[in-house]
Write a protein that binds this ligand. Structure first.
Ligand code: UD2
Ligand code: MN
Length: 280
């Protein structure tokens, strides 16, 4: 029998992965990538993993905007690669790195990650995650839902509460259909802040509701840090946020322009180094 036809016989994994253990402690410490590679040596290049004995519920691309945060990425991978495997995900990790010298554009990097991930595989769930947020309970399923899902709703740095009701930053999960419906993120947010609130307004304008996991289960560690150089708050975001409904169909996936400088398949992730241009 061919390998392919054998795979088709696998039955669907259970809706709730059977071997979860609940809460665990996340330590912020120096972690060597070599050690993470040893522990995860059975992953496929590009940080691809999937359950061996059942067919995963979803095909999940995890997209991480990135520049100059290697220590955080090592911690994220150390905790998240075993976590995603335990949850029986069929997943791939995409680290989207902005080249130097231009103001950071987190949201545009998310759009790039989406556009590049779908060239690899027919992912149907996209989880957009900051590099510095790590869940503290493996029952917090890294999966998509009927509605766009805000997953960073219970962070230690905010006393496990929402700092405001409409917050939609940190980690969000969209099915492909949901993400296309809002035309992705805006490409127009340079520097820190606002792009997450604009994304929230897109979801509402598209007639969708957001959902959140039970905050007891979605407890997560947000690594404390200083604001990065090149990611200063610009203060121009206010009217962009308010005009989400008006501009979302012109500004997003359908207006995305970028140049891939490098695409490296690391053992633990695919790293896409990209020139996203700069603010005029
Ligand atoms: C908040 C939001 C975040 C985003 C940001 C404003 C939460 C929990 N977090 O995080 O989602 O909306 O405000 O833009 O709501 N990064 C780099 N290198 C850089 C700069 C940023 O890798 O030089 C990446 C990295 O993945 C980081 C993310 O961008 O986690 C967000 O930047 P941040 O951590 O400086 O922002 P923060 O913690 O205020
Ligand atoms: Mn942060």
């Amino acid at each position: 029998m061919k390998e392919d036809s054998k795979m088709e016989e696998l039955s669907l994994c259970p809706e709730f992965p059977p071997n979860l253990t609940g809460p665990f402690i996340v330590e912020v410490k120096n972690i060597s990538i070599m050690d993470v590679m040893t522990v995860n040596s059975h992953l496929q290049e590009g940080g691809r993993g999937k359950p061996k004995y059942c067919k995963a519920q979803q095909k999940i691309a995890i997209i991480i905007p990135f520049r100059n945060r290697e220590p955080h990425l090592a911690i994220w991978l150390h905790y998240m690669l075993p976590f995603l495997q335990k949850q029986q995900g069929d997943f791939g990790i995409y680290v989207v790195e902005q080249i130097n010298n231009t103001t950071f554009n987190r949201a545009k990097l998310m759009n790039v990650g989406y556009s590049e991930a779908i060239k690899d595989y027919d992912y149907n769930c996209f989880i957009f995650s900051d590099v510095d947020i790590i869940p503290m309970d493996d029952r917090n399923l890294y999966r998509c839902s009927k509605n766009p899902k805000h997953m960073a709703n219970s962070l230690d740095k905010f006393a496990f509460r929402l700092p405001y009701q409409t917050i939609f930053g940190g980690i969000v999960a969209f099915t492909q259909e949901q993400f296309i419906k809002i035309n992705g993120f805006s490409n127009r947010f340079w520097g820190w802040g606002g792009e997450d609130d604009e994304l929230y307004n897109r979801v509402v304008a598209a007639g969708m509701k957001i959902e959140r996991p039970d905050p007891k289960i979605s407890r997560a560690k947000a690594i404390l840090h200083h604001r990065d150089p090149g990611n200063e708050k610009t203060g121009k975001s206010f009217h962009l946020i308010n005009e989400a409904a008006k501009f979302m169909h012109m500004d997003g996936l359908n207006s995305l322009e970028y140049d891939v400088i490098k695409r490296i398949r690391h053992k633990l992730y695919t790293k896409i180094t990209v020139n996203v241009g700069s603010q005029e």
